[in-house]
Design a protein around this ligand. Sequence first.
Ligand SMILES: NC(=O)c1ccc[n+]([C@@H]2O[C@H](COP(=O)([O-])OP(=O)(O)OC[C@H]3O[C@@H](n4cnc5c(N)ncnc54)[C@H](OP(=O)(O)O)[C@@H]3O)[C@@H](O)[C@H]2O)c1
Length: 311
Amino acid sequence: MKAARIHAYGDADQIRVEDAPIPAIGPDDVLIRTVAASVNPVDWKIRRGYLEKMLPYDMPLTLGWDVSGIVEAIGADVTTFKPGDAVYSRPDIRRNGTYAEYVAVRAREVALKPTTISHVEAASLPLVSITAWEALITTAGLQPGQRVLIHAGAGGVGSIAIQLAKAKGAHVTATASQGKTALVRSLGADEVVDYHNPTAFAAARDMDIVFDTIGGDTQDASWAMLKPGGFLVSITAPPSAERALAEGKRVGFVFIDPNAAILRDLAQLVDGGKIRPLIGGEFRLDDAAKAQLASETGRTTGKIVIYTGQP
Ligand SMILES: NC(=O)c1ccc[n+]([C@@H]2O[C@H](COP(=O)([O-])OP(=O)(O)OC[C@H]3O[C@@H](n4cnc5c(N)ncnc54)[C@H](OP(=O)(O)O)[C@@H]3O)[C@@H](O)[C@H]2O)c1
């Protein structure tokens, strides 16, 4: 099969699109014939070696940890799927990834894909949606009527977080560049703050929850946006527990794992018209390096998708 792999950490030119063996499946695995994968910042962070200590990989490594496709074969102990099922997944990041024509994934990490969207759209959803769900709902305990601020509303995580928070009945403020205001409003944001405008940024206040998808100065500025007792949840770096205690606020940090239960609930929200994927770029598998370079700019809108196979 064809796969986009690295043999050593480094720049995007380390990515080789080459022949690789079709993965062998264990008793708990399904083999997915992929139609599309999507790109997340963690893909190029792993390719650069930034996560080397936490995730010691054997080389060569197939990149990418989002997929939509068709079940080709099932392991001996799998009872939940059958060949021909249309599925999507954010598989275990410790195993070979999804920029490939086939991927072996544990059946418990897989869900039936939403029926009303294409494989290309479905591949854009798992990682960012599990992240937004774990941050806003599982960790920060989002309730209807709460005021939520979502940083980077036009990004992969932010674009789904806005829609998820609206689906759960929140009042949503999102940050974005001025040129992306209309788009972010179309996702459901009640208010959009241009993060390049210090006055507008400083005026965002009294939030029950702030979702930090940026870190650094943005996380630092997020504290003042919270009301007393408010919740700062981050996916970039753990906010200070000492500062939370001193300011009477709550904090949480999320680093996601596969979660098929969330993907099953998400499929219902998608098929019910509550959440729609936002695709900002499409690439062929041969151009996997270009797809990662686009993500690395940090300026993309929605998700970048890679076509890996035939629909
Ligand atoms: N912990 C976890 O489990 C987990 C899971 C998923 C993602 N992450 C991390 O979360 C971060 C976001 O991921 P993502 O997939 O959403 O990234 P992304 O799609 O690459 O984000 C791009 C977006 O960020 C916006 N942006 C950049 N700087 C901004 C700022 N200072 N304020 C507001 N918006 C800004 C850009 O809009 P403009 O063009 O307007 O600047 C662009 O639309 C990444 O660092 C990723 O690695 C962590």
